[in-house]
Write a protein that binds this ligand. Structure first.
Ligand SMILES: CC(C)(COP(=O)(O)OP(=O)(O)OC[C@H]1O[C@@H](n2cnc3c(N)ncnc32)[C@H](O)[C@@H]1OP(=O)(O)O)[C@@H](O)C(=O)NCCC(=O)NCCS
Length: 196
């Protein structure tokens, strides 16, 4: 990657569903290989994820943001969220997913997507937000770095395996925006690749 080339965040639409599905499946495979079974990861399908996200995107009060490489116009990451789907946790909003292609990670893009989504949730009436993350996912530190607080765990079935997920929350999203998100959701978010 060239030094100085930029990635920006924007609202995602139906036109991005194919790219979102590819980012999701490819990033699951690069992140969870060794943590989840090869059979499960290799059995994931772009088409199934495209359909799943088409349904989610059509849901009420759902927000989607994409991170786009300005050089190629390729969607290289996304985040989505909306109403909390877990009634036993009293938080109004939920971050459903955030995924960035491996070669673009750790350059501020995740934080930019997180902030765009959190801002949209606040604007649409959500005051708090929950996220579920596999307890063995090393990227759990990302959420803690931007103020997520662990509040519980649950077992979930992924293919044939049962794994444990942790819930992290931001109980006051407005104050998270003030403390962690000091740039606008449409601002260019980039850092030069430290390897270039
Ligand atoms: C997790 C993910 C979204 C984070 O996005 P990112 O662009 O890599 O992270 P950022 O560069 O925006 O990092 C923001 C902060 O979190 C920290 N951080 C990010 N990932 C981290 C990690 N794995 N361990 C420790 N700190 C981490 C960064 O150092 C940075 O700290 P700073 O503000 O002090 O500089 C991205 O790495 C990703 O998609 N990973 C694979 C998929 C995944 O695990 N998704 C979450 C599923 S629940």
């Amino acid at each position: 990657m060239c030094q100085g080339h930029s990635v920006y965040t924007r609202q995602a639409s139906e036109k991005d569903l194919e790219a979102i599905a590819r980012v999701l499946v490819d990033t699951w495979r690069s992140t969870f290989r060794g943590l989840l079974s090869d059979d499960f990861l290799d059995g994931m399908s772009y088409e199934h994820q495209r359909e799943r996200h088409a349904r989610t995107m059509a849901g009420p009060r759902t927000a989607y943001f994409a991170a786009v490489d300005s050089r190629t116009d390729e969607v290289i990451g996304f985040a989505n969220g909306g109403p909390n789907r877990h009634s036993d946790y009293p938080y109004s909003g939920e971050l459903y997913a955030i995924y960035i292609r491996e070669e673009y990670q750790r350059r501020g893009i995740g934080k930019s997507l997180f902030c765009a989504l959190a801002r949209r949730l606040v604007e649409t009436g959500f005051s708090s937000m929950l996220v579920w993350v596999l307890v063995d996912n090393p990227n759990r530190r990302f959420y803690e770095r931007i103020g997520g607080v662990p509040v519980g765990e649950r077992p979930i079935k992924l293919g044939p395996a049962t794994v444990t997920e942790a819930a992290l929350v931001w109980s006051d999203l407005m104050s998270t925006l003030g403390s962690c998100c000091t740039f606008g959701s449409s601002d260019v978010a980039w850092k030069a690749d430290p390897r270039s």
